[in-house]
Design a binder for this molecule. Structure first.
Ligand SMILES: [Zn+2]
Length: 175
């Protein structure tokens, strides 16, 4: 199997070594990656990296965690007491304690809860954020779902697995 097996001049789906989709690349780039032996041939329109590349979650999503999006993903509800008013944004693990400014560390919280929690982690405060099942969709996921390339659509599901795995790898989501 080599670059001649690719469907000529058609875009190719690039997968990480664990088969999670990373991006859609030009045929030419796929040929170069194959020639450099950086990727394996999977099918006419899909190649896979030989070595796993750790890609930050935010980069995969290609969506920045704006206040509005964090509120939307949190159903416009305080993640601690459930009310719909006076919403602010809370870093579950506070910034000052090394918590990142990323979707998996941001929840909507009402002013009262946010002030009461202060600079504490959920463990220290004794209250844990409630999560909705809504998850942000990446542009790539949308493209893959809509795509008429059968070989691509089957990789949409790896995304869901990835997301679940990613979230639950944090201790505070286990509770
Ligand atoms: Zn609250």
């Amino acid at each position: 199997m080599n670059y001649k097996d690719l469907e000529p001049y058609r875009d190719v789906l690039l997968l990480n070594a664990d088969h999670n989709p990373i991006s859609i690349i030009k045929w030419r780039r796929a040929v170069v990656l194959l020639l450099k032996e950086r990727v394996k041939f999977i099918s006419k329109r899909v190649v896979c990296l030989k070595n796993y590349v750790r890609i930050p979650f935010e980069k995969l999503l290609s969506v920045k965690p704006t206040k509005n999006l964090v509120k939307k993903f949190g159903n416009y509800q305080c993640a601690y007491c459930g009310i719909f008013e006076n919403l602010t944004i809370d870093h579950v693990i506070p910034l000052s304690r090394g918590g990142p400014h990323t979707f998996d560390n941001l929840v909507p919280a009402c002013r009262n809860c946010n002030e009461e929690k202060g600079n504490r982690t959920p463990e220290e405060w004794g209250k844990f954020p409630y999560r909705t099942h809504y998850k942000p969709k990446s542009k790539l996921e949308i493209i893959l779902k809509k795509s008429n390339v059968d070989e691509w659509r089957e990789y949409v599901y790896s995304w869901n697995f990835f997301f679940t795995y990613h979230l639950y790898s944090f201790q505070y989501f286990l509770l």
